[in-house]
Design a protein around this ligand. Structure first.
Ligand code: FES
Ligand code: FE2
Length: 340
């Protein structure tokens, strides 16, 4: 059993993952959840375990305003209370735990901790997703058999691109100027590769220029929500807002060794270019599924059940941001766990 931050919003899916009449089963932090929509369309989450004989409610039927267990027909409303018992009276104790849910930034968010603390203002601000026209944004989901903090390390140290993605993204970050800092509860790391040969993935805003200045920045917040900003400029020219792209990388723990990886790529350039969006969609999925994911899964297999720090990892200069993020998350988890 891992220990996870409880009082926080976890992304459970994209809004489109939850159709009006269907349900979505997702385990988050080892808690099995079932999501469904009320007749009005409001997303709701219950523990995905019938209190009678413990089958998953997600194996049952949705609607209207309820989910009905597929085994013996108990039905539960959005608040988790039993609304129908075909075998007798509805007793007060007949209920299943309900969890606070919010739909925002095209995503469904769930709160596993104390319901009283579920404050909507704590949903990460991803307004760049809402501000991007649909044609210029790409949402994706890539389940990965590795711990979510290993996936966060991967984004917080982009020098790996030079070795793992040499044909598309890599070749600039190991030698780039890089700094990291903490800003309140966030960790910010940036790279500036000046006067470099632009890797293929960065050529879209360069109009054929042979040399570029490439700026990359990752902003992390607990538990593992990251926004990666990037801009490629013709060498020697200033960075312009209209050349920037921002991508969400949100690593949501499923279990100690599996992760729901949600991403959403947005850009401010070529926003009407559907062909470019299609190209990016394939390129993103390819880099991840063929390069990052296999390496991260092999990494998890080598680590096995061991605690990361117990293995005494060698710390390099490139690990500054990820180490800081891990420490911040550990402190947050420790602060909400009663001592003893
Ligand atoms: S297991 Fe759900 S009603 Fe029996
Ligand atoms: Fe990568």
């Amino acid at each position: 059993m891992g220990r996870y931050l409880q009082n926080t919003w976890y992304q459970a899916g994209w809004s489109g993952d939850l159709p009006p009449q269907g349900n979505l089963a997702r385990t988050i932090c080892e808690v099995p959840l079932v999501f469904f929509r009320t007749a009005e369309g409001t997303a709701t989450a219950l523990l995905d375990r019938c209190p009678h004989r413990f089958v998953p409610l997600s194996a049952g039927k949705v609607g209207p305003d309820r989910i009905t267990c597929g085994y013996h027909g108990l039905a539960f409303g959005a608040d988790g209370r039993c609304v129908h018992n075909p075998h007798g009276p509805i007793l007060g104790a007949l209920a299943v735990r309900a969890f606070p849910v919010i739909e925002r930034h095209l995503a469904i968010w769930v709160w596993l901790g104390e319901a009283d603390l579920a404050d909507a203002s704590l949903v990460p601000d991803l307004s760049y997703i809402d501000e991007t026209p649909p044609l210029a944004r790409i949402t994706g989901y890539m389940p990965t058999a590795a711990n979510y903090q290993l996936l966060a390390d991967n984004i917080l140290d982009l020098s790996h691109a030079d070795f793992l993605h040499p044909d598309t993204l890599g070749g600039i970050n190991t030698t780039a100027k890089s700094t990291h800092r903490q800003d309140g509860e966030r960790v910010i790391v940036d790279w500036l590769a000046e006067d470099c040969v632009p890797p293929p993935a960065f050529r879209a805003t360069l109009h054929g220029a042979e040399r570029a200045d490439i700026w990359t920045e990752v902003v992390w917040q607990a538990p593992a929500v990251m926004t990666l900003g990037v801009a490629a400029m013709v060498a020697g020219t200033p960075r312009r807002a209209e050349d920037e792209g921002y991508t969400l990388h949100n690593m949501v723990p499923e279990t100690a060794t599996t992760t729901h990886y949600f991403y959403c790529a947005t850009r401010r350039f070529r926003i009407d270019d559907e062909g470019f969006t299609a190209f990016l969609k394939v390129a993103l999925a390819q880099a991840f599924t063929q390069e990052d994911k296999p390496m991260l899964e092999k990494q998890q297999q080598r680590i096995g059940e061991a605690e990361f720090w117990d293995l005494q990892p060698v710390l390099l200069r490139i690990d500054g941001a990820s180490t800081r993020a891990r420490r911040l998350l550990e402190a947050r988890i420790a602060a909400e766990t009663p001592a003893g």
